[in-house]
Design a protein around this ligand. Sequence first.
Ligand code: FEO
Length: 578
Amino acid sequence: MVALGDRNVRTENRLTTQTLDIGDNTTVIRSLDWDRDRFDIEFGLQNGTTYNSYLVRGDKVALIDTSHEKFRDLYLKLLRKEIDAAQIDYLIISHTEPDHSGLVKDVLALAPQAVVVGAKIAISFLEEFVNESVNSKIVKNGDQIDLGQGHVLEFLNAPNLHWPDTIFTYDHKTKILYTCDAFGSHFCTDETFDEDLEALSPDFRFYYECLMGPNARSVLSAMKRMDALAGINTIATGHGPLLRHNVEELTERYRQWSSEKAKAEQTAAVFYLSDYGYSDRLSQAIARGISKTGVAVEMMDLKVADVQEVQELINDVSAFVITTPPAAGPYATPAQAAISTILAAAKSKQIFGVFESYGGNDQPIDPLLSRFKDLGLTEGFGALRIKDIPCETIYQECEESGTDLGQKLTLKENLKKIKAIDGDLEKALGRLSSGLYIITAHKGDLNGAMLASWVTQASFEPLGFTVAVAKDRAIESLMHVGDMFVLNVLEADNYASLMTHFLKRFPPGADRFAGVKTRQAENGSPILADALAYMECKVVSRMECSDHWLVYSEVTVGKVSKPDSLTAVHHRQVGTYY
Ligand code: FEO
């Protein structure tokens, strides 16, 4: 173990802790997890994460959230250094997911006098989690606890951000708002605050898309409650840097992204079980895939779903996705009741999808599938039969399945729009011509490929180009900042077979390279043997352009295989389609 100054400790397995005073009698205790497992969908950018816990000291003392259990020794040691546990009056639970509540039992063992404060369902989840009843105080929206010395804590309901039990806590003295998952990022650095906005932005956006985007309407509801507060100086997140330098900029991004999603013409419901097997993470991957098609998503936790709410949601949506419920155990009854409601309320014009949770006790998937099919509903994707602990490829398959479902919902509408627009402007735009390329990418266990035509050189030093990638393309997930890929240039008069192959509709998780001659580039991505030229590329930045991402990349290595041949050129009739 290496000491890094008074209040920072780094271990050899890259778990670090850090404390800092962030306001009047207010301290953050950060657990820095530099190598957080990359197999969870929302950690796809692989920059680790942090679990942030807070101490607020008035005449009374409140501890807001704890840490992941992997930090047990480090966190408890630091907590004891900061405060005598006998002085902790309140332990506030922003929500009960174990990355923040993993050490609640340990803290209560040290501070048995502490009153656990949380939403009603958080307290009931927590009692299940620690397997005993706790001395608790249930708080509702607007409730306050006065710690003394001006530290009046006010609670805001923020359900679904990211579990149904979430609350925010606002300290009227310091104007710090504690939001746990909301406004966070999986971005691990020694910097406590958001000084480096440019570095933080890709992770901030990716995290929003995975965790918050599927609950866009809940984000807007929570932000309405935030607007009523008397100013926010700092957003003290549960993950990543605290927001202090860019509070307005980053909260407005949430508002804008969520407003766009909430305006979607169609909505899909995703029903999951928050802590049964991998239901939560798998449902996030499916929801992310659906969101990529511009369809709004509403997530609902079957563990606490009210029958009335389930019925109203089914009445409102064009599609729904449902996890297989457990056959027995504490969640079997509420989950089954919700499923009976869904079956009774479902309409034949709706699209549906079913996925297993790998919870160890899943009901068989086929009877559930048959019941929806018998009602005349259409499958949005083939049932996801999860037979192993989810890995990158399974999450990718879930995401692509969600995209398939979303595309089925939007197909008719999109075709209508394309046909409807055939004016002079669209025809003029169609005169923009371009080359034809195949982008190939490899990341971890994942492979991807895409036929691309909107490619253009963008810089001399370094050599770089841009490519526009539609948001619902599967390969988009492999083209984030720092990712590597290969740009394969197609040859005029010799591109038909490659173009036909990569234009095919691949089922979720399918190997795009089966039957195609490739070799491996230095950056690990496939080079197509029949390409006229290739370039190895690294994504430098991304710009959001409505329904596409404009991806700017540096070119590091490249070669032409047939110096006398020309690039295939693509001419179009109208600018409203490729
Ligand atoms: Fe960071 Fe939903 O836990």
